[in-house]
Design a protein around this ligand. Structure first.
Ligand code: IMP
Length: 438
């Protein structure tokens, strides 16, 4: 039994990823002993900016750039060893990596070259209906995991076992790649030696993280669970098939770490002040033309993992209401409000109109085919046309900006405890619970 006096907080994305979770986790890290990534893999790109220096982390928890918290890659993650080793090397060169404060679950599944190749081939086979994945092998790796063909980090520690598992899997993957897709797979001899080397390099960090986290709970240590991607990309909760293969929503915390649900003390959702999506699938409030160009450029809305331009849209409160509900939020961090500063008029979607004869109750409100066809209804707000990057309290914000934030807060019924007003770590407004009326 745990003593229940640990603080176990989760930070989850409420939209389609890229909400600025890295900055929020970095902000909180000093209050936690342990920061855990519970799902996703190299598809994530969490940007942390400290004193003008910025780093994009794909596997490592965002806290690892600057805090002394122990970083954990829990069993729900999928790992591309080469990318992880590069990330560790990079932080080591900057003098920001502590060997003793990093742990990897031996149960994380390993992304292999054929996963990445198949990710691309499956995408091509979809023709005009591409998911537009990051092509990091995430879907095929999870596919092997759930069809019992997966290879785990612990397998990299035993040469014979690793070789046998790869050979078995490769015997039919290679036929799929050659016979069905008419491509050449990378032969095991070309990648097995380097994977074994990465395994040796990473072995010192491997430990049973489920057990470790139980010990942390028993010792009343504070744990922060860092979500990657966003709730609307969740394989079960998002608009399938335009999703990622894991569970970014709060439900993924327990399955990805082994920490029991009752240990979770609070859930913070991260939402950007507008919507973005990278990849295919519905985005009901999507913008076009000059408005899109302006928002994309101002917000630097280009993928941090792939560099792809992100699709942009107005804030969608119908979608946020759904994700706030299923995550059971205690608070929200509302990011990138500064990006909206130069717009004279802002819109917020408060309702969807469904085409006649379409029954969302039957098909599911956030099903792909339903979202594709909805017409958003908007409420319009005056913009504030004033730089807000120096604002450090809610009262410092222009009245029109406060109206915008307050409307979102009232609509969702969840306190907005933090407001991002710039990319740097200090460019954030924190509000005490007493000053918030929801
Ligand atoms: P995958 O995770 O690479 O399989 O991609 C599936 C979908 O999730 C695609 O639409 C990707 O663009 C999207 N996606 C995956 N990771 C991220 C992320 O970290 N931020 C935003 N979108 C992501």
């Amino acid at each position: 039994m745990t003593s229940n006096s640990s603080r176990v907080s989760a930070v989850v994305g409420l939209q389609w990823g890229d909400e600025g979770k890295g900055k929020v986790v970095d902000y909180h890290a000093r209050d936690f002993d342990v920061v855990v990534r519970y799902q996703g893999g190299a598809n994530a790109g969490h940007t942390v900016e400290v004193q003008g220096e910025s780093v994009v982390l794909h596997h490592l928890p965002s806290s690892m750039f600057q805090s002394s918290a122990t970083g954990v890659l829990a069993r729900g993650m999928v790992i591309h060893p080469e990318t992880l080793v590069r990330e560790i090397d990079n932080l080591q060169q900057k003098g920001r990596f502590s060997e003793d404060q990093f742990k990897i679950s031996p149960h994380c599944h390993v992304v292999l070259p054929y996963h990445r190749q198949l990710d691309g081939l499956y995408e091509e086979a979809r023709g005009n209906d591409k998911v537009e994945t990051t092509r990091k092998g995430i879907g095929p790796c999870h596919g092997d995991k759930t069809s019992y063909w997966g290879i785990q980090m612990k397998d990299l520690l035993h040469e014979t076992r690793f070789r046998e598992k790869v050979e078995k899997c490769f015997s039919w993957k290679s036929r799929l790649i050659e016979d069905v897709f008419q491509e050449s797979p990378l032969e095991p001899e070309k990648f097995v030696p380097s994977y074994l080397e990465y395994g040796q390099r990473l072995s010192r960090y491997m430990t049973d993280t489920t057990n470790y986290l139980q010990e942390c709970l028993e010792e009343d240590r504070n744990i922060l669970m860092e979500g990657a991607q966003g709730t609307l990309l969740d394989v079960d909760m998002g608009s399938y098939p335009y999703v990622t293969a894991s569970n970014p929503f709060v439900g993924g915390v327990c399955s990805g770490t082994g920490v029991p649900p009752a240990s979770l003390t609070d859930v913070e959702g991260v939402a950007k002040a507008y919507s973005t999506r990278v990849g295919g699938g519905p985005l009901p409030t999507e913008m076009e033309g000059t408005l899109l160009q302006k928002l994309r450029e101002k917000g630097d809305e280009f993928g941090s993992t792939t560099g792809r331009p992100r699709r942009c849209g107005w804030l969608d409160l119908v979608a946020l209401q759904y994700t706030a509900q299923i995550n059971g939020l205690d608070s929200i961090s509302f990011t990138k409000l500064d990006i909206l500063s130069s717009f004279s008029e802002l819109k917020v979607c408060t309702e969807y109109q469904y085409p006649e004869g379409v029954d969302p109750d039957r098909l599911g409100y956030f099903s792909e085919e339903i979202l594709e066809d909805v017409t958003p209804e908007y409420q319009t707000f005056d913009g504030w046309k004033q730089d807000i990057r120096d604002c450090r309290s809610y009262e410092d914000l222009p009245e029109k900006a406060r109206e915008y934030v307050s409307f979102v807060e009232q609509f969702l019924g969840v306190p907005i405890r933090r407001i991002g007003v710039g990319p740097a770590r200090e460019e954030i407004i924190t509000r005490d619970p007493e000053e918030i009326n929801t």
